[in-house]
Design a protein around this ligand. Structure first.
Ligand code: GLU
Length: 474
């Protein structure tokens, strides 16, 4: 068997979509599992919608996820001469032909077909057939090139996800494979024209020696054309695996209107890349009952089996749970840098990010995301706003003297957790109070909230002056 080579081929017309990230992950893991190679190709032939900004975003998201590729990025727009050469080869071998039908003629044909109650299709006017005389070439029309699709027989493949699929060639039109230069085109695009997706994808997968194609369900109807083009070229067919769509929690296809769908949005939302990978992997693939696993385990297990046929549902609560798991395991220094980044985005300057590590150690267990972690740490730097209700409930006349006494003790105590604990203990003893009476008031005044980890540990994270100032507002 030849070396496994997989690829991901995003179109740079927007961010890296979660669905594409998932197929990138499957492609990457499959290649790694087999000791093969993973290629990144940028399908930028939609000149009007492709942008460099989008390429940059896609590359950044791939890097963030750690899906390192062995080749690429390869840009389709730099390969126009190659597509053109293959088109000429296909015309010469009778597998493709030029078509001078004008848009008006095509419209008229479709109209007539509709009127007769037929499914619309290209009428084959320019398709060469033995003994057929083609119409005279009209002046002033730029031809397209069409695939001369086999007239009968079936296109059949054993999909890695969906199992055997068979489509009759009678259902398949003579697809346009090359269009003349789009308006405003320059360079090769102007002289050679631009290939359509189904054609460029085949030439690329062939040239790049791709052995396994994982992609979204939306392409399953394109595959018969692609297989026919591979056959016309005498090229070896890759295996295809079409992964079902990801559904939002309303059962509809996951889309922008239904929440974040870009990988970048989750990075900004405080998710960890290892959590994203783990969660994405489980959307359409399983290994027994395993829910939490490392990249290495996935590579070991991902052999192309156990891919789900039915659509997976995006579950924000489960993603948060998975992320929470990785938050607990994450190194405190790394979390400190991430939390500092989040806080910088809010205009909060934390100074030395590394100094946040003890705070991360204390709070990370209760955080689903880095955003939540930053929410905790923010109180160390920014004025808090306790609710009137919390103040009224907890900062009562019964505890006020104890709070004042504690403040005085803390003013001269050593500033670390054991010394703060000792000051608390002495204050409670002197005032005849118990911790559950004093701690909530302290939390509300210093942290702005009633629940926190152990109060001595929390206080030790603050600057002493901040604590004293917040207790001075009594
Ligand atoms: N550019 C196509 C897309 O983004 C690639 C599909 C494929 O993998 O063949 O949907």
């Amino acid at each position: 068997m030849s070396k496994v080579r997989t690829r991901i081929a995003p179109s740079p017309t927007g961010f890296l979509h979660l669905g594409t990230a998932r197929t990138a992950l499957f492609s990457w893991a499959y290649a790694r599992h087999h000791g093969g190679e993973f290629v990144l190709r940028i399908e930028d032939t939609d000149v009007a919608r492709s942008t460099q900004e989008s390429v940059d975003q896609i590359l950044a998201a791939m890097r963030w996820l750690g899906l390192e590729f062995d080749e690429g990025p390869i840009y389709q727009m730099q390969r126009l001469a190659r597509y053109h050469a293959v088109v000429e080869q296909m015309i010469a071998s009778g597998h493709a032909y030029r078509c001078w039908s004008t848009p008006a003629e095509l419209d008229a044909t479709r109209e007539a077909q509709r009127a007769r109650g037929e499914k619309t299709h290209y009428d084959g006017r320019w398709r060469p057939e033995p003994g057929k005389t083609l119409p005279p070439v009209p002046a002033g029309v730029n031809p397209v090139v069409r695939l001369r699709n086999p007239p009968d027989g079936d296109v059949t493949w054993n999909d890695l996800v969906k199992g055997p699929i068979s489509i009759s060639n009678r259902e398949i039109d003579d697809l346009i494979i090359l269009r003349p230069a789009p308006e405003g085109a320059a360079g090769d695009a102007a002289t050679l024209g631009v290939p359509t997706y189904n054609f460029a994808v085949v030439v690329d997968d062939w040239d790049m020696g791709i052995t396994h194609v994982f992609r979204g369900d939306e392409h399953v109807n394109n595959t018969p054309w692609q297989i026919n083009i591979f056959r016309a070229l005498g090229a070896l067919l890759p295996e295809f695996g079409h992964c079902p769509v990801i559904l939002g929690d309303d059962g509809q296809k996951l889309s922008k209107r239904r929440g974040a769908v870009s990988v970048t949005a989750y990075e900004e939302g405080g998710y960890l890349p290892e959590a994203m990978l783990n969660y994405l992997a489980r959307l359409g693939w399983s290994h027994g009952d395993e829910e939490l696993f490392t990249r290495e385990q996935m590579v070991t297990w991902f052999d192309g089996s156990h891919l789900a046929k039915s659509p997976a549902q995006w579950d924000p609560a489960k993603l948060a749970w998975v992320n929470g798991h990785y938050m607990k395991q994450a190194d405190d220094g790394r979390l400190a840098t991430l939390a500092a980044g989040q806080l910088a985005g809010r205009g909060v300057d934390v100074g030395d990010a590394a100094a946040l590590a003890p705070a991360c150690a204390l709070f990370k267990d209760r955080c689903a995301t880095v955003v939540e972690l930053a929410d905790w740490i923010e109180m160390l730097f920014v004025a808090i706003k306790p609710s009137a209700e919390d103040l009224q409930t907890h900062v009562t006349d019964a505890v006020r003297p104890a709070l004042i006494a504690l403040r005085d003790k803390l003013a001269s105590a050593e500033w670390n957790k054991p010394a703060i604990a000792q000051a608390l203990k002495e204050t409670l003893a002197a005032q005849g109070l118990k911790m559950p009476q004093l701690a909530p008031a302290l939390r509300v005044l210093v942290c702005g909230r009633v629940q926190t980890p152990s109060i001595d540990a929390v206080l030790a994270l603050f600057q002493r002056d901040t604590v004293l100032a917040r207790l001075r507002s009594l």
